[in-house]
Write a protein that binds this ligand. Structure first.
Ligand SMILES: C[S@@+](CC[C@H](N)C(=O)[O-])C[C@H]1O[C@@H](n2cnc3c(N)ncnc32)[C@H](O)[C@@H]1O
Length: 317
């Protein structure tokens, strides 16, 4: 049975306060971390299978092609800390090359993570598995139970794009400290043409729409809102200036979202901002890594130049 450290409790007053505060902002917003319960995590897995959503396949092809260089940069026998591990599939693909002694899977979606680790234990009994249920959105601080570094932190899937560039810099600084002298392997979506980005976040099968609208169910569960799914539609908008896709939930009629202790009136057409996915040119992301205190940055891209993978060493101090 993998060890499991639970630092996140979604039925807490802090979660309810954060959600209520976000809904009371103008425009209202909800952090994308709430998209992921067990159903949201499965819907995300389905998104990665869609022909329109290319980042997962692009990242895999880069890692497969450059596995030798990646393994040489990381070395073998260490501790891998996987941020937003989800189904743990991306890290598991690295196990043969990196032969980690220990794998620490970190995710806010605690139940989904537990199941993923149990499945992994059968396939990799040689690796010590640790689950860490936590919310790292305010910065990565790993618990002391994990012991001394160095740690190799994996942050795949361009999840760094959920932060604005300023937030990403602050987050990467916290990751640099958390590496305790190790390094970071990170996947980042590149700036691409608006049409393919738009389709990736608004697919004809409407899986991404279901993923986004599941957030209304989450609000009802976590905060006790009375949102009706049929009152909102999914919207994905590409902001060219900021090189980012934004996901929103748009009210289809005038309504009031109510919850114990609060309410949020919304006019038809008003939106709840649910996710940013910032895209980066490789040189800009390398500069961000260096500003956060990483060194010896190596980057790789795919044949379509749609995605980047970087390895960087965490400078000491
Ligand atoms: C886009 S999915 C990526 C899953 C997988 N790593 C991949 O690349 O396919 C983002 C993952 O990060 C987790 N996550 C999102 N925000 C988080 C947060 N603030 N703290 C911890 N985990 C988070 C989600 O639950 C989800 O599993």
């Amino acid at each position: 049975m993998p060890q499991f450290i639970s630092l996140h409790h979604e039925d807490s007053a802090a979660v309810r306060r954060e959600l209520a505060a976000g809904l009371c902002e103008r425009p209202p917003r909800v952090s994308p971390k709430y998209l992921y319960d067990a159903l949201g995590s499965r819907l995300f897995e389905a998104i990665t299978e869609l022909p329109e959503y290319t980042p997962t396949r692009a990242e895999r092809s880069i890692v497969d092609t450059h596995l030798g260089d990646i393994a040489a940069a990381i070395g073998t026998g260490g501790t891998l800390v996987d941020l937003g591990a989800g189904n743990c599939a991306k890290a598991a693909r690295l196990f043969d090359a990196l032969q980690p002694r220990r794998y620490v899977a970190v995710d806010i979606a605690v139940d989904f993570l537990r199941d993923a680790l149990l499945a992994l234990e059968f396939r990799h009994p040689e690796v010590e598995l640790v689950g860490l249920g936590m919310d790292f959105s305010a910065g990565l601080v790993l618990p002391t139970e994990l012991g001394e570094g160095p740690f190799t932190v994996l942050y795949p899937g361009s999840s760094i794009g959920n932060f604005t560039p300023d937030e990403a810099l602050a987050f990467l600084r916290s990751v640099r400290l958390a590496c305790r002298g190790g390094g970071l392997l990170i996947g980042v979506d590149r700036v691409r043409d608006a049409t393919s980005l738009q389709l990736a976040y608004d697919d004809p099968l409407q899986v991404t729409a279901a993923f986004n609208r599941n957030l209304l169910r989450r609000l009802n569960q976590l905060l006790g809102t009375d949102a009706r799914l049929e009152d909102f539609r999914h919207l994905a908008v590409y902001d060219v200036q900021r090189s980012r896709i934004e996901m929103h939930l748009e009210a289809l009629r005038d309504l009031t979202l109510s919850w114990p202790g609060g309410s949020c009136p919304m006019a038809a057409g008003e939106r709840i901002h649910t996710e940013n996915s910032c895209k980066y040119e490789p040189a800009d992301f390398q500069a961000l890594l260096e500003a956060a205190g990483f060194q010896d940055v190596q980057g790789w891209t795919d044949a379509q130049r749609s995605f980047s993978v970087f390895h960087a060493r965490a400078a000491e101090g």
